[in-house]
Design a protein around this ligand. Structure first.
Ligand SMILES: Cc1cc2nc3c(=O)[nH]c(=O)nc-3n(C[C@H](O)[C@H](O)[C@H](O)COP(=O)(O)OP(=O)(O)OC[C@H]3O[C@@H](n4cnc5c(N)ncnc54)[C@H](O)[C@@H]3O)c2cc1C
Length: 488
């Protein structure tokens, strides 16, 4: 039986990000992916928001995505576009980039790392025991792993086999999405009616038209046809624009569910396998990437014996509430897409509120992911929040904070007197950098906060401890996050 330290079921955006995180942490990892290669049928998602771009920047690969995408201000609530260009980040925008391109860029990155991918192979089930998990495949021998992560999308077999509950809300609305050719020129922009939103958009090749239309009634579970699409367009626009030659037709709904637990023993869930929602607001890829980046370093430390297994429980504790909040936003945003007279009145009121500065900042903080706050206790506002990518002066010259995170290792940034903070017992696990930073400390939504004298930054870019001129609490934080001094 072939053995791997970690097996990931599913090589979509979440599975690929997790594989990269584990490989960077030098954990042996394999991905089992049903598709024969990374190519995706259809364009699917339209891009991702600021915090996801930052996370990729932390690994030194954001430029690959930025080179192919288009920065835009499209974070919306109601009908208000919430401009976030004043947010204190190097990426105060949404990146418009279709998912098929996102997955190609990710696959190219993962191919540079020591990740084994079993393409064209289905995970069919698993059995776990005290020391590992046997993963049954559609093809060939089972795989043995210390841990199995289900990144196998919304219909996750891993979630079902693990017996993890998936509570939430059934679908009330369905949409058809397709790529077709048309004989008539489609109208510009999107149209809202009592059912929801409808739009046709010509793609770069000048020939293909991407169609999204809301069905008048909740559609069946079966695969949609060109005829279904034609009928839906005629209802919404009075014409189907002569659609023909479909290369992709799919249906999605507003079903909203979240796994009751993200871990069952040696089996974990991430991305759509752990949560599904309507795509309004463009949150799915970002949630999955951020799950992966939260879990990756923790799983690596447990696998290599640096940390006890209990570190894995912080993955659920941190990511579940953050995602639950985002799911509520997507449900609200979904409701606001209906424009019957009464809902339209609500949309107008909400849109007016969302255009005011304070509500705009709060909502844009949520949509962009820049306001994420993991509850790591009371203390300085930076605690549990993302470390800003400030410009540092170090003994090696000028550096951005995110450059220090490229290899996915923790960093203790000493911004006070050099050599005051000692971390000798953890020196092989945590990099200590003496640096100066003279600018303001401004956080998205919160504004300017007091300058810290030292910051302990986790590999995912979140702050685990903040110094105020002393090292009180540092030893505890190091032991909590980067393992006790006697190996687990
Ligand atoms: C119309 C639409 C528009 C969207 N727009 C946006 C947007 O603008 N922004 C955004 O962030 N998100 C958007 N989303 C959501 C986004 O597409 C998903 O959230 C995202 O793809 C989730 O990534 P994932 O890797 O968790 O799951 P998936 O992308 O579903 O990947 C799961 C992978 O697992 C594989 N797999 C499944 N079962 C098995 C098995 N048993 N064995 C082996 N492999 C398996 C599948 O082949 C797939 O490659 C949109 C979604 C839709 C439908």
């Amino acid at each position: 039986m072939t053995e791997h330290a970690v097996v990931i079921a599913g090589g979509g955006p979440t599975g690929m990000m997790l594989a990269a995180e584990l490989a960077l942490a030098k954990v042996e990892v394999a991905v089992v992916e049903r598709r024969p290669d990374h190519l995706l049928a259809g364009s699917r998602a339209g891009g991702f928001h600021s915090r996801t771009i930052e996370v990729l920047d932390q690994r030194g690969v954001a430029d690959r995505f930025l080179a192919e995408g288009q920065p835009v201000q499209i974070a919306t609530f109601g009908t208000t576009v919430m401009d976030m260009s004043d947010f204190p980040t190097r990426h105060p925008y949404t990146l418009a980039l279709f998912q098929n391109k996102i997955e190609r860029i990710m696959a190219d990155w993962v191919a540079e790392l020591p990740v084994h991918i079993y393409y064209g192979c289905d995970a069919r089930g698993f059995a776990q025991d005290d020391t590992g998990v046997d993963v049954r495949l559609s093809d060939g021998e089972p795989l043995r792993a210390r841990y199995l992560v289900g990144c196998d999308g919304g219909r996750s077999l891993i979630r079902k086999e693990a017996g993890i509950e998936f509570p939430g809300w059934d679908a009330t609305r369905s949409n058809l999405i397709a790529e077709v050719e048309t004989t008539e020129e489609p109208p510009p922009g999107v149209r809202h009616d009592a059912a929801g939103v409808h739009g046709l958009h010509r793609l770069e090749d000048g020939k293909t038209v991407r169609v999204v239309t809301t069905e008048q009634r909740l559609g069946p579970g079966s695969e949609p046809t060109l005829r279904d699409l034609s009928e839906a367009l005629i209802t919404a626009f009075g014409t189907d624009f002569g659609i023909h030659n479909p290369t992709w037709i799919s249906r999605f709904t507003d079903m909203t569910r979240q796994a009751a637990t993200y871990r069952a023993g040696r089996v974990l869930l991430a991305g759509d396998a752990a949560h599904v929602h309507y795509p309004a607001g463009g949150q799915g890829i970002g949630l999955g990437v951020q799950d992966a980046v939260n879990l990756g370093w923790k799983l690596a430390q447990v696998v290599d014996g640096t940390s006890p297994e209990s570190l894995l429980d912080t993955y659920h504790a941190e990511r579940h509430p953050v995602t639950a909040r985002v799911l509520r936003y997507t449900m609200a945003q979904t409701t606001l897409q209906r424009h019957d007279d009464r809902t339209k009145a609500l949309v107008d009121v909400v849109s007016e509120l969302a255009s005011m500065d304070e509500p705009r900042k709060r909502l844009a903080g949520l949509v962009s992911g820049l306001d994420i706050h993991y509850d790591l206790g009371d203390g300085h506002p930076l605690l549990g929040r993302r470390m800003p990518d400030v410009d540092l002066i170090t003994a090696d010259g000028p550096l951005r904070v995110f450059e220090l995170l490229h290899d996915a290792k923790p960093v203790l940034l000493n911004l006070g007197q050099p050599d005051v903070i000692g971390i000798t017992p953890w020196a092989d696990r945590v990099r200590l950098i003496d640096a100066t930073y003279r600018g303001e400390w401004e956080l998205p939504v919160l504004g300017v906060v007091s300058a810290p004298t030292a910051v302990l930054i986790r590999p995912d870019g979140y702050v685990a401890w903040v110094g105020d001129g002393t090292d009180v609490g540092l030893t505890d934080a190091l032991a909590t996050w980067f393992g006790p001094l006697t190996a687990a």
